[in-house]
Design a protein around this ligand. Structure first.
Ligand SMILES: NC(=O)c1ccc[n+]([C@@H]2O[C@H](COP(=O)([O-])OP(=O)(O)OC[C@H]3O[C@@H](n4cnc5c(N)ncnc54)[C@H](OP(=O)(O)O)[C@@H]3O)[C@@H](O)[C@H]2O)c1
Length: 249
């Protein structure tokens, strides 16, 4: 099976390529670095030729509200058009748990717009909804930092290792389209501020983490269950402690 991974040079994409290749699939990484660009359209027809499945794990180079909206809507529309030309039979995209819940955050709105384009495309599809990656927690702390204080809402948080996300995406890509959502979260839930504090502490980062229910997450106001999946949803194997230990080596 030829599976093209758009964004195959990124954090999740490169792990998806490794997994699919190990399972004997013809997995092709596509991104501006390999000459395929979903914004300009350059190289798309060539790389999609003969593809059975397309996995979209691209990300916007800018997280500014309008830039991220422009990126995901343009990129997804161009990709869908190219997939139809190439007669691709399964579109898989990676999105975020909670994106279907109304949000005032620009990034969440852009991912919701991406999902709507996919649902309206007529292509058989599967959307994987992941919680926040362990690898992203340092970046979350940075965007919530003022001086040496990190301020975050004390809501439920169930982050996941990028390896577990990549496994879920690869599994979905080789399965039948679900024409809906597949969730993946980490094996443990905790409080947002406490988990971020644990990660900073493990790195001897001296910033203080403060809980404030009114603090936004990436510009979005979140409530107790905004960032976590429904109870009983599928989860990965890698705990935060195991990941911290492995990433300290
Ligand atoms: N971070 C989280 O906690 C989280 C949680 C849930 C879901 N997600 C979703 O996960 C997805 C992947 O995230 P990631 O962290 O793996 O991203 P990443 O490491 O930043 O990689 C982004 C990829 O997108 C590619 N790309 C950028 N512009 C492109 C374009 N015009 N055409 C084609 N490819 C382009 C990049 O290619 P080059 O290498 O060539 O620049 C790179 O391969 C995102 O859609 C994000 O919304 C993230």
């Amino acid at each position: 099976m030829k599976i093209v991974v758009i964004g195959g040079t990124g954090l999740i994409g490169s792990k998806v390529i490794t997994r699919l290749t190990a399972h004997g699939h013809d997995a092709v990484a596509a991104s501006p670095k390999t000459g395929a660009n979903t914004i300009t359209g350059e190289g798309l027809a060539e790389v999609l030729s003969g593809a059975d499945v397309v996995v979209d794990v691209t990300n916007s180079p800018s997280f500014e509200d309008q830039a991220v909206m422009d990126f995901f809507t343009t990129s997804t529309a161009n990709l869908i058009a190219a997939e139809k030309e190439a007669r691709v039979s399964h579109h898989v995209a990676l999105s975020i748990v909670g994106v279907e819940r109304p949000s005032d955050g620009g990034y969440f709105k852009a991912k919701a717009a991406q999902e709507q384009l996919i649902r309206d495309s007529g292509l058989p599809y599967s959307i994987v909804h992941a919680t926040q990656f362990f690898e992203f927690i340092g970046g979350i702390a940075d965007t919530a930092t003022d001086g040496d204080t990190v301020t975050l809402p004390p809501v439920s948080f169930q982050p996941v290792a990028a390896d577990d996300v990549a496994a879920a995406v690869a599994r979905t890509a080789v399965g039948e389209p679900v024409n809906g959502i597949v969730d993946i979260a980490g094996p443990e839930a905790g409080r947002f501020d406490e988990i971020v504090a644990r990660v900073l502490e493990s790195r001897n980062d001296r910033r203080r983490v403060v809980a404030d229910p009114a603090a936004p997450y990436f510009g979005a106001h979140v409530s107790e269950r905004s960032l976590i999946p429904e109870e009983g949803s599928p989860h990965g194997e890698i705990t935060l402690d195991a990941w911290l230990e492995a990433s300290a080596k």
